[in-house]
Design a protein around this ligand. Structure first.
Ligand code: GLN
Length: 316
């Protein structure tokens, strides 16, 4: 077993879960009603090890929409399908030092990285770009379900419709990128490309199913529940590198410094953390800090690092 003293481990996770429950700072996102209506008291934690040991606390079975967490998995799915070279001829690997939805490109007129809106919109446009929209959606949904070992992956249509209705910034960004020839193929219009991006932001998981998805990345792309190979090794390495440097918005550098684990957060308050060769973790608590990361989620990660030697450089 990868975690031999499982009960002792769970006991300590339970203590951290309770400790973080008392953190009441932060604000729930309000830019769409579907997020504004989220209950700020929801707090879920789920862990899945690379050999399939599992433990969850709190609201771990409640669906929430993945929002920007989807950026990590969409990139992994595309890089696994097309290879890193093809993907990175259109998107860079550098933290932007700018806000996640800023209208800016790097020195080569490419999005800085796949974890920002710019990069994620280009990544979305490249996923099975020769297929029909409906088939592309089905393809991604099915890939998510494989990553989650067949556990819950849903779609929140109200969130999708709201995202699309309040998308001026993403429209501006997409047309700006079209002007700069950022999109490899013009097979789909800007509005269908954005629809697809909003649909992927509106995919839902639970802490339990997203922990399995994270565990699949921790396990080199092989789902620990099904032993199915979902993501190629190189794509798995690449997505973890980008999560490490760019996964936590403008807190990414500090998170890498203090916590030292690849992670990706979303505006719904979800946070997916990968401890390579060990486990996947999903945390969900809607109130966000000024950077847009879940307050309890970040707190949990810091407590975890105080308790266990999970920081990337703790092994030195
Ligand atoms: N869906 C929103 C957008 O594209 C927010 C994504 C996020 O989680 N930051 O702007």
């Amino acid at each position: 077993l990868i975690v031999p003293s499982w009960n002792a481990f769970c006991q300590r996770i339970s203590t951290i879960y309770s400790k973080c429950a008392s953190a009441t700072a932060g604000e729930v996102a309000t830019y769409i009603p579907q997020l504004a209506r989220q209950n700020p008291n929801r707090w879920g934690v789920s862990i899945c090890t690379v050999d399939g040991q599992r433990v969850s606390y709190g609201d771990s079975k409640t669906p929430f929409c993945l929002q920007s967490i989807s950026k990590a998995f969409n990139y992994a799915i595309l890089a696994s399908d097309l290879g890193a070279t093809a993907v990175h001829s259109f998107v860079g690997q550098e933290p932007s030092g700018r806000h996640f939805n800023d209208i800016c490109l790097d020195g080569n007129s490419k999005p800085h990285n796949p974890m920002l809106n710019s990069g994620a919109i280009v990544i979305s446009s490249m996923i099975k770009s020769d297929m029909l929209m409906a088939d592309r959606f089905d393809y991604v949904l099915n890939e998510y379900k494989k990553l989650a070992g067949g556990e819950f992956v849903g779609f929140d249509n109200a969130t999708f419709l709201s995202e699309r209705d309040t998308a001026d910034r993403n429209y501006a960004l997409a047309f700006f990128m079209k002007e700069h020839n950022c999109f490899p193929k013009a097979q789909h219009s800007i509005s269908s490309t954005l629809d697809f991006y909003f649909q992927l932001c509106s995919l839902e998981a639970t802490c339990e199913s997203a922990a399995v998805m994270a565990a699949t990345l921790a396990n080199g792309g092989v789902c620990p529940l099904t032993d199915e190979k979902c993501i190629e090794n190189q794509a798995c390495r690449n997505v973890l590198s980008l999560m490490y440097s760019c996964g936590m918005y403008d807190y990414s550098g500090q998170f890498a410094f203090h916590v030292g684990m690849p992670a990706k957060s979303g505006v719904s308050g979800g946070l997916v953390v990968v401890i390579p060769n060990l486990m996947g973790i999903c945390l969900w608590s809607p109130p966000l800090d000024e950077m847009g990361n879940s307050v309890r989620g970040v707190e949990f990660c810091k407590e975890l690092i105080n308790t266990f030697k999970f920081h990337n450089y703790d092994s030195l």
